[in-house]
Design a protein around this ligand. Structure first.
Ligand code: IVH
Length: 670
């Protein structure tokens, strides 16, 4: 291909991808399969890689992020970015309507009502259809230049739709925010990595957009909706309603749930309906925005110093409420993590009565300094678990003692150990709160590999009270299994046989099966080779353990706390009494750091490993695990129901591994 042909093909590819992005992200009406889309994207990336001089800033390839900046440049807005007067009471809204009619000297007028998105507002500049600059609101006069970060947002058009009649120059205002489900998933990833979670979707959106490294923004699930033309060349549409239609025509995502109202009563009805919808929306809104529809009337009404006279925010009743902490209890999760939970004097927040709220972890409790008896603000964001937002100091209050994590697990009384900000119960399989997870892990492929003992069966066995410890597995009878749903003679026999077979097992797999924190496949092998027998390992103290190459203070602390817990020793004895034959044979260790410099990203659910185990396996081999896909990612491991990272991987042409391939890579090396 000659340069002109390449240029032509690039233009064509970009146009096609842009069109499909718009169909997918803005219209939610894709016309081609993901695979077909990926092929287009791949071709674009390949061509651009071969001809870097032909890369343009509006190319869809630029959505993955640009080189990090030293600082966010300040930009002066075209026109001040105003805010809105907020009203909560309907009487004030009726008064607003009266005022409009009086000032315009009319008997009736139309309003446009639309959701008030709870994010951060941005100014977007388009020149000749091209997105050339974007800025945060800042103080209203000057904001921060976040152009490269905004480019990573899929629903933001980098180029307006061709032949849609867009103006030469256009300045648009919109809101950047995060969907609730994406927000929760992001927070889960952050806490898993030991990073502090965002308090709410708005903070998450703001923190994600105001990054110096736009590849971080690219990995954050931001969306944008546009609701205002701030300036344009040529003639402006005659009403706000027409303006939104025009924005949609040019390719912008606009509020879908909007209404043109012929009277303030219709606005009231819309407010009411929207508030009822609020909890079922996938994103946060905190009210509606009511705008006088006709542009000439807007102009006649004009502005106050910081807000237009012709628009208001009609807010919903707030979701933060004040109540009292009656007690702080500790709940134990499936993986043994201890979470402090505030028991509250019941309070209604946004239509739901709340009597418990999470305090996340001990550091959070300390940071917010929450104690029993304190007055606090609780908040609820959609279906996010209610959380204690902050303490409200009261005059003359007499405060209780600071909260402290218990030394023993509130469920099973095993000792509690600490890992970073988190406390966990060392009881693992002896802790009822962790039993299902522990049994699943014990039976998994990488551990005892008991065929037929998957998640569902484990749940059945535990719920029926047949399995209260790992050793109980070896006491199961056929008659008991036949009582359970879905078991027939043959399946019961097969399961019992598989359980029986698992009694003969190499030491490393047995160790792995115990689910000791920090002890994944590789470390289990190292330990098995070093100590040769379970008894020898159980007797080793911290100093002895740390003599072993690859065993650092964290792993050794975890082993010591596990084996010094009497419940755990008893559980192991019981297994041995059940007839275990643990082979102490030499196991080959993939001691090489064969994955040095390689980075992995996981998406979707893994059947045979927890995320933590998978991370350990990678790290033990010198690799790294990261939470977002970038050009630097070596492998993306896709489990069940993979998320958007898989698409990202395809787009960037990164090697995707199935769980099975990942397992083999861990066992055999690259
Ligand atoms: S119109 C001149 N419409 O609410 C009018 N604002 O203080 C400009 N917001 O900071 C605002 N959804 O970030 C408008 N549909 C919507 C909105 C909206 C959210 C935000 C905006 C502004 C704040 C009001």
């Amino acid at each position: 291909m000659g340069t002109t042909d390449i240029q032509a093909r690039l233009t064509e590819l970009r146009e096609q991808i842009r069109r499909h992005d718009h169909l997918y992200y803005v219209k939610a009406r894709p016309e081609i399969s993901d695979a077909a889309y990926d092929r287009l994207f791949r071709e674009l990336l390949d061509l651009e890689q071969a001809h870097p001089e032909l890369v343009t800033p509006d190319s869809p390839s630029q959505r993955v992020g640009a080189p990090p900046l030293d600082e966010l440049k300040k930009v002066r807005h075209e026109q001040p970015m105003l805010s809105l007067d907020s009203l909560v009471d309907s009487s004030d809204v009726l008064a607003f309507d009266q005022r409009m009619k009086r000032e315009l000297d009319v008997a009736s007028l139309e309003y446009t009502a639309e959701p008030k998105f709870d994010g951060l507002s941005v100014e977007l500049l388009y020149e000749r259809g091209l997105f050339t600059r974007g800025a945060t609101r800042g103080d209203g006069t000057t904001g921060e230049d976040v152009t490269v970060n905004l480019r990573t947002i899929r629903s933001l058009p980098l180029h307006l739709l061709p032949r849609s009649g867009y103006p030469e120059r256009l300045v648009v205002r919109g809101e950047v925010y995060m969907r609730l489900d994406d927000f929760q998933a992001l927070n889960r990833r952050m806490t898993e990595r030991g990073e502090e979670a965002f308090a709410n979707p708005r903070n998450a959106a703001s923190g994600s957009l105001r990054q110096l490294d736009s590849s971080i923004t690219a990995a954050r699930p931001l969306v944008v909706t546009c609701y205002e033309v701030m300036a344009l060349s040529g003639e402006a549409p005659p009403s706000h309603w027409d303006e939104l239609d025009a924005l949609a025509r040019w390719g912008f995502p606009v509020p879908l749930h909007r209404r043109r109202c012929g009277s303030i009563e219709e606005v009231m009805a819309y407010h009411h309906e929207t508030e009822a919808l609020r909890d079922s929306l996938p994103y946060e809104i905190d009210g509606i925005v009511v705008k006088v529809d006709r542009r000439d009337w807007q102009e006649r009404l004009g502005f106050k110093s910081r807000s237009p006279r012709w628009a208001i925010a009609y807010k919903f009743t707030p979701r933060k409420e004040i109540t009292v902490v009656q007690d702080i209890v500790v709940s134990v999760g499936r993986t043994g993590t201890l979470t402090p939970v505030a028991l509250l004097k019941p309070v209604e927040v946004g239509g739901v009565t709340i009597s418990r709220a999470t305090l996340h972890n001990a550091d959070e409790v300390a940071r917010k300094d929450i104690r029993v008896g304190d007055t606090v603000k609780v908040e609820r964001a959609g279906d996010v678990i209610p959380a204690v937002a902050e303490r409200v100091p009261m005059p003359d209050e007499r405060r209780g003692d600071p909260f402290r994590m218990p030394a023993a697990c509130p469920v099973c009384e095993s000792a509690v150990a600490r890992e970073g900000a988190y406390y966990y119960c060392t009881g693992q399989s002896v802790c009822p709160a962790q039993l299902k997870g522990a049994v699943e892990h014990f039976a998994s492929k990488a551990a005892l590999n008991i065929e037929g003992l998957g998640k569902k069966t484990v749940a059945q066995l535990v719920e029926a009270g047949l399995v209260r410890s790992l050793a109980d597995l070896y006491r199961l009878t056929k008659a008991q299994l036949l009582e359970l749903d879905g078991f027939a003679d043959r399946s019961a026999t097969l399961l019992l046989e598989a359980i029986e077979r698992s009694k003969t097992v190499p030491l490393d797999r047995f160790l792995m099966g115990l689910g000791i924190r920090q002890v994944g496949q590789h470390i289990a092998k190292v330990l098995a080779r070093e100590f040769g027998s379970l008894a020898a390992l159980m007797e080793a103290d911290d100093a002895r353990l740390q003599q072993v190459q690859e065993i650092g203070p964290e792993i050794s602390a975890s082993l010591v706390s596990y084996f010094s817990e009497p419940h755990n020793r008893r559980a192991i004895e019981e297994l041995i009494e059940a007839g275990f034959h643990i082979e102490a044979k030499q196991v080959p260790v993939s001691a090489d750091a064969g994955l040095a410099g390689k980075s992995f990203v996981f998406t979707g659910g893994l059947a045979g490993f927890t995320r933590e185990q998978a991370r350990q396996l990678v790290e033990e081999r010198g690799g790294q695990v990261s939470s977002s896909v970038s050009k630097k990612t070596s492998y993306v491991v896709a489990g069940a129901d993979p998320g958007s990272k898989l698409a990202q991987a395809h787009k960037l042409g990164i090697r995707v591994l199935s769980e099975e391939e990942f397992r083999r890579l861990m066992e055999e090396g690259a």
